[in-house]
Every structure is written in structure tokens, then in C-alpha cells.
Write a protein that binds this ligand. Structure first.
Ligand SMILES: NC(=O)c1ccc[n+]([C@@H]2O[C@H](COP(=O)([O-])OP(=O)(O)OC[C@H]3O[C@@H](n4cnc5c(N)ncnc54)[C@H](OP(=O)(O)O)[C@@H]3O)[C@@H](O)[C@H]2O)c1
Length: 297
């Protein structure tokens, strides 16, 4: 099986690609930069260079949401590198003499907007705000290629945790100095997922011929930011715990502070659980035990 991964050099892609190779798949990674040679992986810088046929496309490319302050021009880049690029990808897929049978395309739990009290599953409507609009545009661009030949899956990802990158590395900085922190009042929800389960779920959805549409890719047990601080402090003892004041975060980070950090969403992976997917890391504690143990090696 030949799998094309866009954004395959990123935090999720760098864990996914080795696992695809282990399963015996041949992998092409679409990247904007030169990459060192790697057995089994073909790196290409344009879709025209992709060897046909491709069986599955995993679409993860996009300018980081946490990468910079959300100026109008950076917002345009976040949209263009996801929805805009996906439109190009879908046109390329349609132009193939044997179109790929599956498109697994990124999205995020930001699709639902933010709420302190609602419980979101895949039947919940889209919310409001920049992240929600971005996810809707991204999912719509991917869905265009859905037909009898190609099934399309949108992965509504929660905050992906692992060592060496991603949100957890940032969230652990103060803990390394002995200070446990949460953001704002800490009562907002954090729908997280271990990167290992992200990779396993992608393989699961790829193999399940009946899987299509949106899937929430979050662990079954979301936590509040205060709970996150409590669970991590039990594994990485701290001298004190405190909340980072919301007004300061808003001044420092702008709109991103509310959308990504101060407000949250409580999301359940209803469809994955229904499909019999078995999360290896359902509780935050089990995920942190694994990640912290591997960080020491
Ligand atoms: N990690 C999370 O917690 C999380 C949560 C929700 C949703 N997601 C979504 O899932 C996708 C994968 O996540 P990730 O954490 O692996 O992301 P990542 O580490 O930021 O990697 C994304 C990849 O996209 C490419 N890219 C970056 N900026 C780009 C631009 N301006 N134009 C085109 N391509 C660009 C880069 O590949 P090259 O430099 O090789 O081109 C990069 O390796 C992302 O789209 C992200 O929004 C992630």
C-alpha cells in the first residue's frame, strides 16, 4: 500500500511515518524543505512529483496555530495552508487515473467552538470563532472528493501530547522549575490525546472500510486545566501551584489566548469508541506515566 503524508515532517507525522513503515507501507512525504534520505520514504516538494498510484492520503500540513500571534496575515496563512492547500490536494486526487481510496484529513476540536458546560460529540454543530471557521473550511475542502471511489475522514484532533514537541513540552516548562501552573481560572476543559493513540487511530480508520466522515480524536477522559496541573504535579512534584492571569495572557498572546488556552471544549470520541477503537491511554495519568518515563531515556 502506498501512503502520501502531507505535513509528514511535523509532530504527528514524525510518529506516524515510522509506524507506517513498520506496517510495510510505502510512504511519500510532501514537504516544503529538503529532507535527509531515509529508507522507505520518498520526500517530494510538489504533488506533481508523487509516484502514482497512491492508496491513502493523510493530510496534516498547515501553519502552526500556536506558532505566532494571530495577525490578519498569519490568519490568512493558517487558512491557505490548510483549506487552500486541501483544495489543491483534492484537485490532484481527482486528476489521478486511479484516485486514492481514502483521504484522512486534519481538523481539530476547535470545530465546536468553546464551552465550559457543553459536551461535544460528532453530532454537535460547528461553533463560532476563528478556529471553528478554519476547521469548517478545512473539512469542507476535503469533503469535496468524497464519492464511491474515495472515502473522506476528518480527524477532529484534541491537544496531542507526547515528549519532544507539541503542547505538553510547552505546558511542562514551569513544572520543570518546580511551579505547577494552569491558565486563567483553570476550570476550562482540555480535550487531550496521546500521540500514540493518534497514530493507532489513523491506522484503524485507514483499515476500516466503513469509516468516513468526522471522528473526534481525543482521549475518552478530558480534564480541566486545574486537573491537568494536579495530575502532572503528582508525577512531577512542584513547590507551588498558581494560575496565569487571563488578562496578562490576553495582552501577551492576543486572540489566540482565548481560543486555544483560556476557553476550552469537552469533547468525547463517540464514533471511535463505537467503532471498537481501544484507546491505549484513556486517562491523563496513564499518558503522563508513559511520556515521562520515555523522556528520561
Ligand atoms: N498537535 C496538535 O496538538 C494538534 C491539535 C489539533 C490539530 N492539529 C492539526 O494536525 C495537523 C498536524 O499537527 P502537527 O502537530 O503534526 O503539526 P506541525 O508539527 O506544526 O506540522 C505540520 C507540518 O505542516 C507543514 N507546514 C507548516 N507550515 C506550513 C505552511 N505555512 N504551509 C504549508 N505547510 C506547512 C510543515 O511541514 P514541512 O515544513 O515539511 O513542509 C509541518 O511539519 C496540523 O495541521 C494541526 O493544525 C494538531
Amino acid at each position: 500500500m502506498h501512503i502520501l503524508v502531507t505535513g509528514g515532517t511535523g509532530f504527528i507525522g514524525s510518529a506516524l511515518v515510522p509506524e507506517l513503515l513498520k506496517h510495510g507501507f510505502s510512504v511519500t512525504v510532501l514537504t516544503r524543505s529538503e529532507q535527509p534520505l531515509r529508507a522507505g520514504v520518498s520526500f517530494v516538494q510538489s504533488l506533481d512529483a508523487v509516484r502514482s498510484p497512491v492508496d491513502v492520503v493523510v493530510n496534516l500540513a498547515g501553519a502552526s496555530l500556536a506558532g505566532r500571534r494571530w495577525s490578519d496575515s498569519y490568519k490568512a496563512e493558517m487558512v491557505a495552508s490548510r483549506a487552500g492547500f486541501t483544495e489543491t490536494l483534492v484537485r490532484w486526487m481527482r486528476a489521478q487515473s486511479t484516485p486514492p481510496g481514502v483521504l484522512i484529513s486534519g481538523s481539530a476540536v476547535g470545530f465546536y467552538g468553546c464551552s465550559r458546560d457543553q459536551f461535544f460529540d460528532e453530532t454537535s454543530p460547528a461553533g463560532s470563532g476563528f478556529s471553528a471557521q478554519l476547521c469548517q473550511a478545512w473539512e469542507s475542502a476535503a469533503s469535496v472528493v468524497e464519492d464511491d471511489m474515495t472515502r473522506v475522514i476528518s480527524l477532529r484532533l484534541g491537544v496531542v501530547f507526547d515528549r519532544n514537541g507539541g503542547a505538553l513540552t510547552e505546558m511542562m516548562r514551569s513544572f520543570k522549575l518546580g511551579i505547577g501552573t494552569w491558565m486563567g481560572d483553570g476550570n476550562q476543559w482540555l480535550s487531550w490525546v496521546h500521540r500514540t493513540d493518534v497514530v493507532r487511530a489513523i491506522l484503524h480508520l485507514c483499515a476500516d472500510a466503513g469509516a468516513k466522515g468526522a471522528y473526534n480524536l481525543v482521549a475518552p477522559r478530558p480534564v480541566t486545566h486545574r486537573e491537568f496541573c494536579r495530575v502532572l504535579s503528582a508525577r512531577r512534584p512542584t513547590l507551588l501551584s498558581l494560575g496565569l492571569p487571563a488578562p496578562i495572557m490576553r495582552v501577551a498572546l492576543g486572540e489566540m489566548a482565548d481560543e486555544l488556552l483560556l476557553k476550552g471544549q469537552r469533547v468525547t470520541p463517540h464514533r471511535l469508541l463505537d467503532a471498537g477503537f481501544d484507546f491505549r491511554f484513556s486517562s491523563l495519568d496513564s499518558a503522563l506515566i508513559d511520556i515521562l518515563a520515555r523522556s528520561k531515556r
